[in-house]
Design a protein around this ligand. Structure first.
Ligand SMILES: [Zn+2]
Ligand SMILES: [Zn+2]
Length: 203
C-alpha cells in the first residue's frame, strides 16, 4: 500500500509539473530572475559610474553582478554594496561647494580695521575702538561707505557740496553739520564758485 501511495503521489507530482500552466509559471519565474539579474548589473554599472571617474570600474561592478549567475547574483549585489565608494560624485561636488560657500561667508564677515573685531554691516562706528565704519548720507540718511565720492542711493555729491554755493538759511545749517567722517567739512568760499559762474552769467 505505501509503495502504491508513493507511486500515485509521484505520478501526481509528475503530471502536476508537466502541466502547461505550471510550466508557464516556472518559465516566468526563471525569466523574471534573468531580467532582475540583468537589471541589477545595469544598476551596478550606473551606480559605479556615479561614484568614480575611472572608466573601467563600472564594467567591473557589472561583472561582479553577472558572474554569480541569475540565481546567486544577490550575493554579488551585497558584495558590491559593501565595497563601492561611499559617496557619489555629485555628493562630493555638493559637499565641496558647501564648504566653499561656508569659507566665503567666513571671509565676508566684516571686521573693524582699527581693532580687528567683528562688526555689523550697518554699524557706523566701532563700539570698542571708535573707528568710523560707515557714514550717513546727509541728504537721504542712508548708510554710505567712507570712501564713496557720492551717495549711491540719492546721488548726492560729497565732493562738491552745493550748500556752499548757495548760502541760504537751510544751506548754512547743513554746512555746519560735521561730516560723518568726523571732520567738519571746510565750507568752500562762496565767492569762488560764484566768481567762476559769473562770466557765464554775464556773457
Ligand atoms: Zn574697532
Ligand atoms: Zn543719499
Amino acid at each position: 500500500m505505501p509503495t502504491d501511495l508513493s507511486g500515485q503521489l509521484g505520478s501526481a507530482v509528475d503530471s502536476f509539473l508537466s502541466s502547461a500552466v505550471v510550466q508557464l509559471v516556472l518559465y516566468s519565474v526563471v525569466l523574471y530572475l534573468f531580467i532582475v539579474w540583468l537589471a541589477a548589473a545595469f544598476w551596478a554599472f550606473r551606480d559605479m559610474h556615479d561614484r568614480t571617474e575611472n572608466p573601467v570600474m563600472p564594467y567591473v561592478a557589472a561583472a561582479l553582478i553577472l558572474l554569480p549567475t541569475p540565481f546567486f547574483f544577490v550575493l554579488g549585489v551585497i558584495v558590491y554594496r559593501v565595497i563601492r565608494p561611499g559617496e557619489r560624485l555629485g555628493e562630493v561636488y555638493e559637499r565641496n561647494l558647501a564648504e566653499e560657500a561656508l569659507l566665503a561667508e567666513v571671509e565676508a564677515v566684516r571686521t573693524c580695521r582699527g581693532c580687528d573685531r567683528r562688526v555689523g554691516e550697518e554699524w557706523i562706528i566701532c563700539p570698542w575702538c571708535r573707528t568710523r565704519l560707515n557714514r550717513v548720507c546727509p541728504n537721504c540718511e542712508r548708510l554710505v561707505g567712507l570712501d564713496w565720492t557720492l551717495c549711491a542711493w540719492c546721488g548726492k555729491d560729497f565732493e562738491r557740496p552745493v550748500v556752499a554755493a548757495q548760502p541760504s538759511a537751510e544751506g548754512a545749517q547743513v554746512a555746519s553739520i560735521p561730516d560723518a567722517a568726523g571732520q567738519t567739512r571746510p565750507a568752500r568760499p562762496a565767492g569762488g564758485t560764484i566768481a567762476n559762474r559769473k562770466p557765464a552769467v554775464g556773457g
